[in-house]
Design a protein around this ligand. Structure first.
Ligand SMILES: CC(C)(COP(=O)(O)OP(=O)(O)OC[C@H]1O[C@@H](n2cnc3c(N)ncnc32)[C@H](O)[C@@H]1OP(=O)(O)O)[C@@H](O)C(=O)NCCC(=O)NCCS
Length: 223
């Protein structure tokens, strides 16, 4: 099926109440129409849409995430700590995936079968969560994947989890990340704390989007 995002989510992650809500909503919302402006790396041309699938992380994904962790540029932007060895990274990720934080839903974003990014939705509330997103490795940046992954994460939060509000923050100096959130139609709501980003002190810009506004924008885009 083209131009769709399938949420394939087998809820081994998260608290029981969260699992239940994931199952209930996921059944109703297997596919959601999403659009992005650019082609992916798999040969689609400029101005085509990127189709991403989100699915729950499995321990087999530890290798992929650990590989991204060897990418110095990626780690510097994402704030990921580089491990001493690839094996240490793999073990760290396996442990994270098999002993998940009950308030953190972590999803892998796939372009066809190829892992291209990661999305998470964090928080203990039933109605709102914080969105996180990244594209790995850094060689894949700038092709619309970050926008597609973040958009899929928002869609999953609203249509899969039944949230009413999603918020996110990006360091102001991380221009690509701020651009992704603005492009999603998120509303700027203020500033968070300051942090070092690539040697520069910068503040977090905070954004939010409400489910009703999201649905309206999806409906308009589908016309
Ligand atoms: C932020 C991130 C997800 C963006 O991924 P991506 O695949 O490059 O995103 P997109 O291609 O959809 O869009 C990025 C936009 O930022 C622009 N951009 C990239 N670097 C930029 C810079 N230094 N200054 C200004 N714009 C920049 C790109 O040109 C693109 O805009 P365009 O489509 O108008 O040309 C990716 O850089 C990443 O994973 N960074 C590390 C993790 C992170 O910062 N996550 C977000 C915080 S939760």
């Amino acid at each position: 099926m083209s131009h769709s995002v399938a949420f394939v989510y087998h809820g081994a992650t998260g608290a029981r109440t969260v699992q239940n809500s994931i199952h209930r909503h996921t059944e109703q919302c297997r596919c959601i129409r999403l659009r992005t402006r650019k082609g992916s790396l798999t040969g689609r041309t400029h101005n085509c849409e990127v189709d991403l699938t989100l699915r729950e992380l499995t321990t087999a994904d530890a290798e992929t995430l650990a590989r991204w962790q060897t990418d110095a540029l990626f780690c510097a932007h994402a704030g990921w700590k580089r491990r001493e060895s690839q094996q240490q990274s793999v073990e760290w990720w396996r442990n994270q995936i098999s002993h998940p934080d009950p308030h953190l839903i972590r999803l892998l974003a796939l372009d066809t079968q190829r892992p291209v990014g990661y999305v998470d939705l964090h928080g203990s509330s039933r109605v709102e969560r914080e969105l996180g997103y990244l594209v790995g490795p850094s060689a894949s940046w700038g092709h619309g994947l970050g926008t597609a992954a973040a958009r899929a994460g928002v869609a999953f939060g609203f249509e899969g989890l039944g949230l009413t509000r999603i918020w996110a923050e990006a360091i102001e100096a991380n221009a690509a990340s701020v651009k992704v959130l603005r492009r999603l139609g998120m509303r700027e709501i203020g500033f968070g704390h300051e942090e070092d980003f690539l040697g520069q002190t910068s503040r977090y810009v905070q954004f939010e989007i409400m489910a009703a506004d999201w649905r309206q924008s999806v409906n308009l885009a589908a016309r």
